[in-house]
Design a protein around this ligand. Structure first.
Ligand code: DHB
Length: 299
């Protein structure tokens, strides 16, 4: 078991936002597959159709996506969180987005009666104009949005950070100054793919967010830097697909590890990684996962 921001997780793995998180039934399925926690697809203040297709492509090194934050709005989604919660004790975390602090507060308050275990503020979508792309790179916006949500809700607030900045530590500090209980790093890295026959960018939005194995070393470095710079927990995400990746992320400083792209391979990944971590701890003589969190800073 691991406790992060006062929430107990039976293991340190969690479903990352964006995959299998659009309905209560899919969240429940992942919970039943052994995830320690599940995070919803990001929910906003109004129904949103998203970007034109193609909105996701598979590359050799991961996925490139520009879904465009499609969601039915908080009004429609609170029932999905209630459905997931009614079928499992696994903590359900609500990922939310908006264009400003008022939007974020409206969504958080609108979802509060579905009682998510925590809110994860998506201030870091790499391309949705007016949302993450402009908010998550601005320390003042990150601090004021975080402070407003922390004021409005009485569950932990996590802030998901973008790697598309010069100094992620400064953004992490802004979240911490705003009262965040934890930061989650990293959201996707901005990227593009071009069809060489037509010359057209492949994604409907032209560019998107890169996830999967290509971003893992970037995520490890961001988690390492944030662990050193902040006093609040860091939750690691980016390219984790094996228990060895999860251990590496935790040694960099992650208290928990979110898994996204690799879920496309198998939903058994959560229990596989959780038992891999357990065996590693036993094998090396560690008494708890806490023994390896941030270990690379201490050697
Ligand atoms: C989307 C949102 C994200 O936060 C991200 O990293 C990638 C894509 C989206 O809905 O388009």
């Amino acid at each position: 078991m691991v406790t992060i921001t006062g929430i107990n997780f039976k293991n340190p793995t969690m479903l990352a936002s964006g995959i299998m998180g659009t309905t209560g039934a899919s969240l429940l399925r992942i919970a039943e597959c052994g995830a320690g926690g599940v995070v919803t697809k990001s929910i906003g203040p109004e129904p949103k159709a998203g970007h034109p297709n193609p909105s996701m492509i598979k590359l050799e090194c991961g996925f490139l996506n520009a879904m465009g934050l499609p969601n039915p709005s908080y009004n429609e989604f609170d029932n999905e969180i209630k459905l997931a919660r009614s079928g499992t004790d696994v903590p359900v975390i609500a990922s939310i987005f908006g264009g400003n602090a008022e939007d974020f507060v409206k969504v958080a308050e609108g979802l509060a009666d579905s009682e998510p275990a925590a809110f994860e503020l998506n201030v870091s979508c790499p391309h949705a104009e007016g949302y993450g792309a402009t908010i998550g790179t601005d320390t003042c916006m990150v601090e004021s949005i975080t402070a407003a949500v922390c004021d409005a809700v009485d569950v932990p607030v996590w802030v998901k950070l973008t790697p598309n900045v010069t100094d992620i530590k400064a953004i992490g500090k802004a979240a911490q100054d705003g009262g965040a209980d934890a930061v989650v790093a990293i959201n996707t890295l901005r990227g593009m793919a071009i069809d060489i026959n037509s010359g057209y960018p492949i994604l409907g939005n032209r560019f998107g967010g890169l996830s999967g194995s290509a971003v893992k070393p970037v995520a490890i470095k961001c988690v390492y830097d944030l662990y050193e710079a902040l006093a609040i927990p860091v939750i690691g995400v980016g390219g984790v697909s094996t228990w060895e990746d999860a251990v590496e992320m935790m040694m960099a400083g992650a208290s928990g590890v979110q898994i996204g792209s690799a879920v496309h391979e198998s939903v058994d990944i959560f229990s596989d990684i959780a038992s891999g971590i357990e065996l590693f701890l036993q094998d090396k003589g560690y008494s708890a996962v806490e023994d390896i969190i941030g270990l690379s800073h201490k050697v």
